[in-house]
Design a protein around this ligand. Structure first.
Ligand SMILES: N[C@@H](CCC(=O)N[C@@H](CS)C(=O)NCC(=O)O)C(=O)O
Length: 306
C-alpha cells in the first residue's frame, strides 16, 4: 500500500473526515501539520495554490478535496472497505449530498457562534471563504435560528435513513457514514448547542461514536519540509489523458480550476494532465517539489481553458 501523508491541522473537520476514513479502513498514515490560515508557504508549492484542508499526498501525487481523496483511497486498494457491497455510486451521491446540505449549515452555525471568541482575522478569513463577498457578522447572527431549523430538518432525514440499520449502507460502515460522523464530531465539539441537538438523533450519535472516537491514531509525523522532499524525490504515478467524450479540453493545455460559488479561494492553474467524468488532474512544478500531479474532483469546481 502507498504511504499516505495527510496535510492537516487537528481541529479541521474536513481533515477529521479523512482521519476517520483512514482509521476505519485500517490504513496507516503520516501526519503533517499545516497552518489554519494562510500563508501556507510549505503547502502551496505542492498544491498549485489550493489552500484548503486537508490535502493528501502520495509521493508526487497530491490529492485535494475530500471527495477526491475518497476516490484515491479506493484506488489504492481500499474500495471494498470504503464502499462495501459495490456501493460507490450510492455512497458518493449520498456523501456529496451530506456535504452540500449539512456541512454548509454546520459550518455556518459554528462560525456564527464563534464570533466574539475566535480571533477576528480567523472569522474574516472563513467568512470570505464560505459566504462570499458582502457577508456581515450581523446577518450571520440574525440568520442563526433559521439555519438551526434547516440543519435539524436535514439531520432528521438522515436519522430516518438510519432506522433499522447500523450504518447508511447496512451492516458495515462506509464513506457515507464517515461524512456524517465528522459533522457530528464538529457540531458537538465546536458549538455549545451541538450536544443538545445531537441528543435528538440517537442513530447519528451511534454512527459518530462508532467512527469518530479513535480517528486520531496515526503512524508517524513528519515536517512540511520533509513532505516537500518526499514529493521532490518521487515522480507522479497517476494516469494521463482525456477520458471525457463531451469535453473540448485537450491534454497539456493550460487550465484554470476555480471553486464553484462565491469564495475567496485562489484560482488554480496548471497543464491539464488527466480528465474523466469525476476527476481533473494538472501537472505542476515548483522549486520545492519538482514536478507533481495535483488532483481535484470535477464536481464542485469550474474547469476552463486558462
Ligand atoms: N470541499 C472541501 C472543503 C474543505 C474545507 O473547506 N476545509 C476547511 C477546513 S475544515 C478549510 O479549508 N478551511 C480553510 C483552511 O484550512 O485554510 C473538501 O471536501 O475537502
Amino acid at each position: 500500500m502507498p504511504e499516505f501523508i495527510l496535510h492537516h491541522y487537528w481541529p479541521s473537520p474536513f481533515a477529521h473526515k479523512v482521519r476517520i476514513a483512514l482509521n476505519m479502513i485500517g490504513a496507516p498514515w503520516t501526519s503533517v501539520e499545516i497552518p489554519r490560515v494562510p500563508p501556507k508557504p510549505l503547502l502551496m508549492p505542492m498544491t498549485a495554490g489550493y489552500r484548503r484542508t486537508p490535502v493528501m499526498q502520495i509521493g508526487a501525487d497530491i490529492h485535494c478535496d475530500t471527495q477526491n481523496i475518497a476516490r484515491a483511497l479506493g484506488e489504492a486498494g481500499y474500495e471494498d472497505k470504503l464502499f462495501p457491497g459495490r456501493s460507490r455510486g450510492r455512497v458518493m451521491a449520498l456523501s456529496n449530498w451530506i456535504d452540500a446540505a449539512i456541512a454548509e449549515l454546520a459550518i455556518r452555525i459554528v462560525i456564527t457562534s464563534s464570533i466574539g471568541t475566535a480571533p477576528p482575522e480567523f472569522i474574516r478569513d472563513r467568512g470570505d471563504l464560505y459566504f462570499g463577498a458582502g457577508w456581515t457578522e450581523a446577518a450571520l447572527k440574525a440568520d442563526l435560528p433559521a439555519v438551526i431549523l434547516q440543519l435539524s430538518a436535514q439531520l432528521d432525514q438522515v436519522e430516518t435513513a438510519l432506522s433499522g440499520t447500523d450504518f447508511l449502507m447496512g451492516d458495515d460502515p462506509s464513506w457515507g457514514d464517515v461524512g456524517l460522523a465528522f459533522l457530528a464530531w464538529f457540531l458537538r465539539g465546536r458549538w455549545d448547542g451541538g450536544a443538545d441537538l445531537l441528543a435528538q438523533f440517537p442513530a447519528i450519535e451511534r454512527v459518530e461514536a462508532a467512527l469518530a472516537a479513535n480517528a486520531i491514531d496515526h503512524e508517524s509525523e513528519i515536517t512540511a519540509e520533509e513532505a516537500l522532499a518526499v514529493a521532490r524525490n518521487a515522480t507522479p504515478t497517476s494516469p494521463t489523458g482525456i477520458h471525457h467524450p463531451a469535453s473540448e479540453l485537450t491534454a497539456a493545455q493550460s487550465v484554470m480550476i476555480r471553486q464553484k460559488g462565491q469564495s475567496s479561494d485562489p484560482d488554480i492553474t496548471g497543464e491539464l494532465r488527466y480528465l474523466d467524468m469525476t476527476r481533473v488532474s494538472i501537472d505542476h512544478e515548483s522549486d520545492e517539489t519538482g514536478p507533481v500531479a495535483v488532483h481535484f474532483p470535477v464536481a464542485g469546481y469550474r474547469i476552463t481553458a486558462a
